[in-house]
Design a protein around this ligand. Structure first.
Ligand code: GLU
Length: 372
């Protein structure tokens, strides 16, 4: 679709708990309806839309007051178990009014930990889109365990947008965008566009978060930067404004912050690796020569001959960190050998690289293309 300046075929929209739930935690059905209307307009114009919606925990809160001995983790699991059903049945009901079939996708971070699961989820969402079923994604909060949770749904939406090759991601919360100071002060306005090498908005973002959701503007911006470096335009905007996504796409004069994509889209396997740093199983130490080669040329593979140490236990195909002899992390990659074979082969030559460059990402890439 032609969108003023922007032309997209596939977008992801993430909507926060604060937009679609009321103060008492009940679902704000009127707000959800507005969002559904917008999405139906976009779908009719042939745009593929993936919706990532929070609100499960908030929506379950009003139904149950957990017993005193129930800890907060369990309480949230219970609320999510109740709230996710309410959330999804409301979406299905509303989308049906526009002849759109909506389906639920629940994800845990573990799905991103191995390539098979990752591709399985990608395949599932692709098939839904192909069959004109609108995917509504949320974290599976009833079973997600703390250490393996997404930071928040902003992170989840970024991973989904990148995985599905969306051209744009809309992060809708209850703020209009990122301001260049304290909102309300003289001269303070929304930064309409963040471009590589220009102003670093982090200095203006306060740490707080509002209301029910887990995220805040800092994590939103961190996600936005990372995803922009993977070739996705990211828009931070206010989901409480009617038709905000349509208005942005149509080039209307509405407030938002756009974090402009700053790289071409990486290969699928690299995108998976970009989001897999928490799943690394072990590490290998590389010598100076190997480090220099990796940093000098993005098409260098890591050869066994450059490895001087192996830490931890890993299988062939696991993700391992690459560290230099001073212990600094350089990057990570998917190994072609397990840790036993690697230990036995330190300093020797093996037929295949330890990590092929297609399966290797450097921290510089992970930190993404923005200079601040
Ligand atoms: N998945 C959570 C929910 O549906 C929200 C997480 C977040 O706030 O980002 O309640």
């Amino acid at each position: 679709m032609k969108t003023g300046e922007w032309k997209y075929r596939k977008i992801a929209i993430k909507v926060g708990s604060n937009v679609i739930t009321c103060e008492d935690g009940s679902l704000n059905v009127g707000r959800m309806l507005r969002l559904v209307e917008d999405i139906s307009v976009l779908s009719k114009q042939g745009l593929e839309v993936i919706l990532i919606s929070s609100g499960a925990v908030a929506a379950g809160r009003s139904s149950v007051v957990p017993a005193k001995r129930t800890n907060i983790v369990s309480a949230k699991q219970i609320w999510a178990a109740i709230g996710q059903v309410k959330l999804m049945s409301t979406y299905q009901f509303l989308f049906e009014k526009y002849n759109i079939v909506a389906g639920q996708v629940l994800a845990t971070k573990e799905e991103f930990s191995d390539r098979r699961h990752y591709l399985n989820m990608k395949n599932c969402i692709s098939s839904m889109l192909e069959n004109k079923v609108l995917p509504v994604v949320n974290e599976n909060d009833t079973v997600a365990i703390n250490e393996l949770m997404f930071t928040d749904n902003d992170e989840l939406s970024g991973m989904i947008a990148s995985m599905m090759d969306s051209e744009a991601l809309f992060l809708l919360s209850n703020v209009d965008g990122i301001y260049n100071g304290i909102p309300g002060n003289a001269g303070v306005e929304i930064i309409s566009e963040v471009v590589e090498g220009t102003v670093n908005p982090e200095q203006f973002i306060t740490k707080g978060k509002s209301g029910f959701g887990r995220g805040g503007m800092l994590t939103k911006y961190a996600t936005a930067r990372k995803i922009a470096s993977e070739g996705v335009d990211v828009f931070i905007a206010n989901g409480n404004r009617d038709s905000i996504v349509l208005d942005i796409l149509r080039g209307r004069d509405v407030p938002f912050t756009r974090i402009r994509r700053c790289n071409d889209r990486p290969k699928s396997v690299k995108k998976w690796l970009y989001h897999s740093d928490t799943f690394a199983r072990g590490a290998v130490v590389v010598n100076r020569g190997a480090k220099d080669a990796l940093l000098a040329d993005r098409a260098s593979s890591l050869l066994m001959v450059g490895i001087t140490g192996v830490e931890g236990y890993f299988e062939k195909g696991d993700i391992v960190r690459i560290v230099d002899e001073e212990g600094n992390s350089i990057g990570l990659g998917k190994t072609a050998y397990d840790s036993r074979k690697a230990e036995q082969s330190i300093g020797t030559r093996l037929p295949r690289p330890f990590i092929h460059y297609h399966y290797l990402v450097l921290n510089e890439e992970l930190k993404n293309g923005f200079s601040s």
